[in-house]
Design a protein around this ligand. Structure first.
Ligand SMILES: Nc1ncnc2c1ncn2[C@@H]1O[C@H](COP(=O)(O)OP(=O)(O)OP(=O)(O)O)[C@@H](O)[C@H]1O
Length: 359
């Protein structure tokens, strides 16, 4: 699968831009702020229906305009797939595949597998658990449609339950029957999601460790673990035993929406005890593991977006990553960099077709 053509209208800093891509390697070069990352983000938009960097859709519209359109033509299994993602202020975002709008965006997720590696990934280590859950959910969703559906349903029930808890307090009332219905629903959905997360982590860890050893070339004891209250007790039990606390807090304090991933080095949190280099290697290993994991499960090589990759890696490591597509006719890579010569040096050595775009 590869992206052949991209056209942008009013997307971030672009009025209008059209790019015809190479099926294998594409480099976007230019000074800071010319829009290299914005092009990668537009490609991400076509795959996920949202920006990797800015979740506020109106902020992805070029300043002073009212709408954006991102259009891409992909070659997938010998067919051309035309994807359009458009958004006008005050309306709902629309994603169309070959002219037909999706009713639910979740139906589109996984259709065009894609992995972005960007300096913004550091949030995975530095920010709260939500970022790490999102990472896990994104990887699983790209290869498992029912997972995403269950997650959407679960989140809906959580917000209904939270509204009910607030209603109880505001109206000095309590209705155990409605609460019990929500608890049952959360238990069913949450247990299923937890099971998928456990399975995912089990198969993901060895791939991740292999990638880390490959990058660090040292024997460092890194560990990735799944932390969930549901590993201790069934969700229904947790909900029931935390009822008084939830009533006081007016929100649901237990469940898979509290899960986290633990990142440690030599038994200590990498956030506090990892060197900058170790943190970088950890993040790249995570993302490369994501790439391999999706490749295997989705049976398609994901498109790989490498944003400002030299910020994270030396040339040797970049060559190694770009070499990922070497033996695979269907892999496509996009690289953004401020130094044209440096990028060209790396891609030349791969002996694959490539295009360089100066923005
Ligand atoms: N909604 C918007 N409307 C207009 N311009 C925008 C919008 N959102 C972002 N920009 C502009 O896009 C530019 C940043 O583009 P981008 O991050 O793609 O640059 P880059 O080429 O990747 O730079 P660097 O080399 O620094 O990473 C900035 O000048 C920013 O002001």
């Amino acid at each position: 699968m590869f992206l052949r053509h991209l056209s942008l209208v009013n997307y971030k800093n672009f009025d209008s831009k059209t790019l015809e891509f190479d099926p294998v390697i594409n480099c976007l070069v230019g000074d800071n702020g010319v829009g290299k990352t914005n092009v990668l983000d537009a490609i991400y938009h076509l795959s996920f229906g949202k920006s990797y960097f800015n979740p506020v859709s109106t902020q992805n519209i070029k300043h002073g305009t009212e709408f954006f359109v991102v259009e891409g033509e992909f070659e997938k299994e010998n067919r051309t797939e035309k994807i359009i993602c458009s958004f006008k202020k005050g309306t709902k975002k629309v994603i169309k595949r070959n002219g037909k709008p999706y009713e639910k965006f979740s139906e589109h997720i996984g259709f065009l597998p894609l992995v972005m590696i960007s300096p913004a990934d550091r949030d995975l280590i530095l920010e709260g658990s939500e970022t790490r859950r999102k990472f896990m959910d994104e990887v699983i969703s790209q290869s498992d449609k029912s997972y995403l559906q269950n997650l959407i349903k679960y989140n809906k029930v959580i917000s209904q339950r939270n509204s009910l808890l607030k209603y109880f307090v505001a109206n000095h009332t309590f209705d155990p029957n409605t609460l019990a219905i929500y608890n049952e629903q959360l238990h069913g959905l949450g247990t299923e999601i937890h099971k998928k997360r456990v399975e995912f982590i089990e198969s993901f860890i060895p791939i991740f460790q292999e990638q880390y050893q490959h990058i660090s070339e040292k024997d460092e004891q890194i560990l990735l673990s799944y932390e969930s209250q549901l590993s201790e007790r069934p969700l229904l039990e947790l909900l029931e035993s935390n009822l008084e606390k939830d009533r006081a807090l007016q929100y649901t304090s237990v469940g898979i929406h509290k899960d986290d991933l633990g990142f440690t080095i030599a038994g200590h949190p990498i956030k506090k005890f990892g060197s900058q280099g170790q943190q970088k290697s950890f993040l790249i290993a995570l993302k490369l593991a994501q790439f391999h994991f999706i490749k295997e499960l989705a049976n398609t090589t994901p498109i790989l977006l490498l944003d400002d990759i030299f910020d994270k890696l030396d040339e040797h490591r970049v060559s190694q990553i770009v070499g990922l597509v070497k033996n695979d006719n269907f892999g496509q890579i996009f690289i953004s960099d401020t130094h044209p010569e440096r990028t060209e040096n790396v891609v030349k050595n791969i002996h694959q077709s490539y295009k360089i775009f100066t923005l």
